[in-house]
Design a protein around this ligand. Structure first.
Ligand SMILES: C[S@@+](CC[C@H](N)C(=O)[O-])C[C@H]1O[C@@H](n2cnc3c(N)ncnc32)[C@H](O)[C@@H]1O
Length: 430
């Protein structure tokens, strides 16, 4: 029952606790988010495996290897067949399908919406989304999973005639993915049986927030919750983690809510999924009596990026997007401020660079005031010449066209374009 319950609540990917794999050399190509234990101001239990980000590289590589490891034990059958569970009463089929259908229906997406399927695995959710006419970005750290998903979509196209080039596949963890082109563009981000695998939840959910357009929706389903001391659940998690090396770390409800609020989400609602046929004689029953998962036992969740107030002040989560700005030289020249500035990414997110002609990525702005959205501002913002990972530095040479600012105080401030202003500003003393 233990392992079965774990599989029911968390899906098939379960793995051993972190720390048992040999450490990998830190990659230089894909920067690893720095190790931090999470928000200092949250007290109480957070996740079953806290601070897993300290073992990021090993956990990522276990996620990459997982499908093959699973296939070595039981073949690719379930991954290819998912969600069609032929066992008695088809529990995985109904749980999975109801969860996705409920989420898609509840989000009320516009036709052709852009949806990100995070931890897309073998692609059955992606297939449904494409079939419903959405554009989909399917993201998974495992190339083997993405291959399975591509094959699934090719088969679907051959059978249905639905063009599947509306799906784009990205092979990466969410935390490390370069998603600059999607900033503030995405209508919905869905995690099905995936959130508890995310290694750095603050970086991941902060990124989801920045990817969503104002009013865009986050959906979490197939996600069990963790209540400390639930020995049966914990033994099941440990057993599965011991088998595959990947992270199996569900959240407590208060901590998940906390991380979402810190990222800036609003309208955070936990739901009950109610499905099936009921006799008319049962019409008096209450929702909790007929819900598929008992309230509190799972996180069935919708949350939104606020509609208003953009660009959003970054005050909600200073630890995530932090910068050190040093003015090396600055001089006024005929209505322009010519500067050399050194920037250091002291936060925990990758700063994407600007992608012309779109106004995207992180840029440097020159403003009159030090606070969030005050005007006036110089006419042109300075783009980053290249993405800057956490811990990375870059030096910018730029001329701000700033006639209206000459003679008064000026501040340098960073902007995540179409998303928010960074907290903090550097006064320019000329
Ligand atoms: C249990 S599977 C669920 C797959 C799919 N959503 C489904 O319902 O079939 C979890 C998936 O999350 C992926 N994953 C693990 N860590 C991740 C991370 N940090 N970022 C994004 N995806 C991750 C795994 O590779 C795996 O394919």
């Amino acid at each position: 029952m233990g392992v079965e319950r774990v599989r029911r609540l968390f899906g098939a990917q379960l793995s051993r606790r972190f720390g048992l794999l040999p450490p990998e050399p830190r990659g230089t190509v894909v920067p690893r988010p720095p190790a931090t234990a999470g928000p200092a101001d949250f007290t109480g239990p957070k996740r079953y495996v806290p601070a897993a980000d300290q073992d990021f590289a090993a956990l990522r590589s276990a996620a990459e290897r997982y499908p093959q490891a699973l296939a070595d034990r039981e073949g690719f059958g379930w991954m290819r067949r998912k969600p069609f569970d032929p066992t008695e009463r088809h529990p995985h089929f109904f749980q999975g399908m109801y969860a996705i259908l409920n989420a898609v229906q509840a989000m009320r997406l516009p036709p052709g919406a852009l949806v990100m399927d995070v931890g897309s695995g073998p692609g059955w959710v992606t297939q449904i989304l494409v079939g419903l006419g959405y554009r989909v970005v399917a993201l998974d750290p495992s190339e083997v999973m993405n291959d399975l998903a591509r094959r699934r979509l090719r088969g679907f196209e051959a059978m249905s005639g639905v063009a599947t080039d509306a799906a784009t596949f990205i092979t990466s963890t969410l935390e490390e993915a370069d998603l600059a082109e999607y900033l503030a563009q995405v209508d919905a981000v869905m995690f099905h049986e995936a959130l508890h695998h995310v290694i750095d939840e603050r970086a991941a959910l902060g990124k989801v927030f920045a990817l969503l357009r104002p009013g865009g929706c986050l959906s979490v389903s197939g996600e069990g919750s963790w209540t400390p001391g639930d020995g049966q659940l914990e033994r099941g998690l440990d057993a599965e983690m011991a088998r595959y090396g990947t992270l199996e770390s569900p959240f407590t409800r208060p901590y998940l809510r906390y991380v979402l609020e810190a990222a800036g989400f609003e309208d955070i609602q936990f739901h009950l999924g109610v499905n099936g046929m009921f006799a008319e004689a049962q019409a008096h029953m209450e929702l909790h009596q007929v819900a598929g998962t008992p309230a509190g036992a799972a996180h069935v969740l919708l949350a939104r990026r606020p509609m208003n107030g953009d660009p959003r002040p970054a005050a909600a989560d200073p630890g995530l997007t932090e910068a050190e700005i040093a003015v090396v030289t600055a001089a006024w020249d005929r209505g322009g401020l010519v500067v050399r500035v050194r920037l250091r990414n002291s936060g925990r997110t990758l700063w994407p660079s600007h992608v012309p002609p779109l106004r995207q990525g992180v840029t440097l702005a020159l403003t009159r005031h030090a606070t969030a959205t005050d005007q006036p501002e110089a006419a042109n913002r300075c783009p980053l010449p290249h993405p800057v990972p956490p811990g990375g530095e870059t030096v910018l040479d730029w001329r701000f066209e700033a006639q209206t600012l000459e003679g008064g105080p000026c501040y340098l401030r960073l902007v995540a374009e179409q998303a928010f202003w960074f907290q903090g500003a550097m006064r320019v003393n000329v």
